[in-house]
Ligand binder design. Structure first.
Ligand code: NAP
Ligand code: MN
Length: 251
């Protein structure tokens, strides 16, 4: 198999001898070993999602919501790949388009697209499937996937969504609701065939995908929907999302 490492430079050296029957291919790997926490995996997915690789999250003392394995299990992980007994779980990705007068930037995300205006309140027109829905005024929005629902979305009062449900969640960040401005003011969960469009002047707005800042020029429209492509993670047998939620947030 062709593999790549992502993160954990200091640990890679001790693992390379175990991989001597395999080919390191940083451009087009079939398996990506992510050494770190969720931030490492999120960046690995940004880098490699297009290759259709299987991601293996090896936790290095972080929360590691996406990381199923410890480094001490590396030989066992490898054996299960070699004899084809490893399990994978596919997770939804979101797909965004940032549209300006002269350009169009497209990309995917595993957690969320965050649109935040920390200084001045932001007026954003929200369209659902081509119909105007509401005029928002406030700090911003998060648009998250089911696996991203336990991240930033959770901090902003969004619901936790079982990743078996193919859905996209729109969560407000500090909306102003008064006589003049009105929004629905609750998180909304959309089905997989919905496109959410946000229209505004995003020149002074922070845009980030999975915690990575997006540098943009003049954007006036943001389209988001669930991607048709999914991402594959190696998981333990009997992957159970609610056990993972309990372990991460309650234990
Ligand atoms: P970070 O600041 O380390 O992330 C904050 C925490 O969120 C970390 O403990 C991280 O786990 C955890 N996390 C990431 N994805 C998660 C998920 N799907 N479910 C549950 N917990 C999750 O930054 P980062 O590691 O680069 O991660 C980027 C993410 O941070 C963004 O996608 C966003 O969701 C989140 N974030 C949250 C807030 C907030 O809640 N106020 C603000 C900004 C960003 P690890 O310790 O394993 O990294
Ligand atoms: Mn982190």
């Amino acid at each position: 198999m062709k593999y790549a490492f992502f993160g954990g430079q200091e640990h890679q050296k001790s693992l390379i001898p175990l991989l001597k029957n395999h080919v390191r291919d940083e451009e087009d790997p079939e398996y990506v070993f992510s050494l770190g926490g969720d931030g490492t995996i999120l960046r690995a997915v940004q880098r490699y999602a297009k290759t259709n690789a299987t991601f293996i999250g090896i936790n290095m003392g972080k929360l590691g919501f996406y990381t199923d394995f410890e480094i001490t299990e590396f030989s066992d992980i490898l054996k299960s790949i070699e004899n084809g007994t490893h399990q994978t779980t596919a997770f939804s990705l979101l797909e965004y388009q940032l549209i300006g007068k002269d350009d169009r930037i497209v990309g995917i995300g595993l957690n969320e697209l965050a649109i935040i205006s920390p200084v001045h309140t932001h007026i954003i027109e929200v369209d659902i499937d081509g119909e105007h829905f509401e005029s928002f005024r406030g700090t911003g929005f998060l648009i998250s996937t089911p696996t991203g629902s336990t991240a930033y979305n959770k901090s902003c009062g969004g619901s936790i969504i079982d990743p078996k449900i193919e859905a996209l969640q729109l969560t407000e960040v500090a909306s102003i609701n008064n006589r003049i401005y009105k929004t629905l003011a609750s998180p909304i969960v959309f089905s997989s065939d919905t496109t959410v469009v946000l229209r505004s002047d995003f020149a002074n707005t922070f845009l980030s995908i999975d915690g990575i800042e997006l540098k943009t020029s003049t954007i006036n429209q943001i389209d988001v929907k669930l991607a048709t492509q999914k991402v594959k993670f190696m998981t333990r047998p009997h992957y159970d999302f609610w056990k993972r939620v309990k372990k991460s947030f309650l234990n």
